[in-house]
Design a protein. Structure first.
Length: 494
């Protein structure tokens, strides 16, 4: 059986342009050109999966760990195809009230968690930092509010006017902006504010600004459809307001909560169900989550699913149905606006997982392809499925889950090569129980099948079996690994 045997790559032209630092309308700098280089990117790093850097493009970057060694040349030269001034350029920002300007960095300058820089690579590469986990402190060191541990970024108090400061996201996983806090101290007592509360107190704007590769976009902590998510290895602009001028240096912080502290038990963020209606007394369902009372006057809605969780607190369809929240990503893994017409991957802003998006083009990610469940040493290294590029004489093309994962990683979907099969719990986190056929948000997962999708979790009742989710009816089942089902890969988590 053969299907989709031919794969044609379009020839690409390399276009070199003169470049200028973004935000030129406010700040200025000019950069020259450099020779093209051909060194390959470095292997994956313990500081995260790496960030793709397109050629001849400015991006706002930040270390997502404690870099070791800390100097830019040690971290950038190999990844970005050459040394400072010929392979890459970097600018940081002096946030002092008397400065407020760009500063060109040398290769000997240090990368520091919580800070950010503008990085320009003359040739496409992948930034793969080396180092250890970012150090954190108890959030309670800065007053009551956030629990657990935080990374505290020093903010520069105003001198009577609004200031700009670049802040780097210090972790290798996403953090929602509505979980971040601004902390200030009068020298005795610390007070924590949400970004919106900090704006009301005239300390810091609730918005942050990020560069999408060609223009600025803003996010905040309270506007439906515009709640931001800090991304690994990215930095942002924050605007310090003049109400902070009474604060002393060291008494003004941005607290970014840590989600995965070593040697501690952490709660896993969970999606809600997508059910936004209630059951009626004594039978049937309501069309919305409205009150329904018994003859004794008891409200039977308050204990129902629709009255609890994110479907109540974050019920906003602009970034996903009900309490679901998603961000579209392009082929390089960069964020896209919510109304983007095409995208390659989707980030779940609640769980932090990034998911493959299926296509309908007879290509590698085609929705109609199916696979036997297989890992090295299991029983079914066969091609009972039907998939792109199958050749019965080449095991790397077989229609099984392990071969498919390897092919997707070789292709570098969304600029990375750490895709894997999801656990059954991860796959279930996509299920929208308020929908069926398919039971998933098709505004973010187009071409989704209304049938079984394999997880990577073995099934205990069958030594050669595995779990799958039926996206027709929202149920999970165990089944034989020789049966062919669809696959949707994931990265992050675990």
């Amino acid at each position: 059986m053969q299907k989709k045997l031919l794969y044609h790559k379009k020839k690409q032209r390399k276009i070199i342009r003169r470049v200028a630092v973004p935000l030129a309308a406010v700040f200025c700098c000019g950069i020259g050109s450099a020779d093209a280089l051909t060194d390959p990117p470095s292997p994956p790093s313990p500081c995260g999966a790496g960030r793709p850097l397109p050629a001849n493009t400015w991006l706002m970057t930040a270390p997502s760990c404690e870099p070791i060694p800390a100097d830019l040349a040690s971290q950038y030269d190999d990844d970005l195809n050459g040394p400072h001034n010929t392979g890459w350029l970097s600018f940081t920002w002096d946030s002092a009230p008397t400065a407020q300007n760009y500063v060109k960095q040398a290769g000997t300058d240090s990368l520091v968690p919580g800070t950010g820089n503008w990085l320009y690579s003359y040739k496409a590469g992948t930034l793969l930092l080396d180092g250890t986990a970012t150090p954190t402190v108890p959030c309670s060191d800065y007053g009551s509010g956030l629990m657990g541990r935080c990374f505290a970024v020093d903010l520069t108090p105003s001198s009577g006017r609004n200031l700009w400061q670049i802040v780097g996201h210090p972790f290798s996983y996403p953090v929602s902006w509505d979980d971040v806090r601004v902390a200030s101290s009068d020298g005795t007592t610390w007070t924590q504010y949400t970004p919106s509360e900090a704006a009301t107190a005239n300390l810091m704007a609730k918005e942050y600004w990020f560069w999408n590769g060609s223009s600025y976009q803003t996010k905040d902590d309270s506007t439906p459809g515009a709640i931001g998510v800090l991304q690994p290895q990215e930095s942002i602009w924050v605007r310090i307001q003049f109400g902070s001028s009474s604060l002393s240096a060291g008494n003004f912080k941005l607290l970014i909560p840590a989600a995965h502290e070593p040697n501690t038990v952490q709660a896993q963020a969970l999606n809600d169900t997508g059910i936004t209606w209630s059951g009626n007394y004594a039978s049937g369902n309501n069309t919305t989550c409205i009150a329904s009372t018994t003859p004794d006057g008891d409200n039977v809605v308050v204990a129902q699913d629709c009255s609890h969780g994110r479907d109540t607190t974050h019920n906003d369809d602009s970034d996903g149905h009900a309490g679901f929240s998603y961000t579209k990503l392009d082929s390089n893994g960069e964020q896209l606006p919510q109304d983007a017409a095409s995208w390659a991957c989707v980030q779940d802003n609640v769980t932090g997982l990034i998911w493959e998006v299926k296509t309908d083009d007879d290509g590698l990610h085609d929705k109609d392809d199916t696979y036997a469940w297989y890992y090295t040493g299991s029983a079914n290294n066969d091609s009972s499925g039907l998939c792109y590029g199958y050749n019965n004489g080449d095991p790397s093309t077989f229609c099984n889950t392990e071969a498919y994962v390897n092919r997707v990683n070789s292709a570098g979907l969304c600029g990375v090569n750490d895709w894997r099969m999801p656990t059954i719990k991860e796959l279930e986190s996509l299920v929208n129980y308020g929908r069926s056929n398919p039971a998933i948000d098709t505004n973010y997962f187009p071409n989704a099948v209304s049938s079984a999708v394999w997880s990577g979790s073995p099934y205990v009742n069958d030594p050669d079996g595995a779990w799958f989710v039926g996206f027709n009816d929202s149920h999970s089942y165990g089944g034989s690994s020789g049966t062919s089902h669809a696959v949707r890969l994931v990265r992050g988590g675990q």
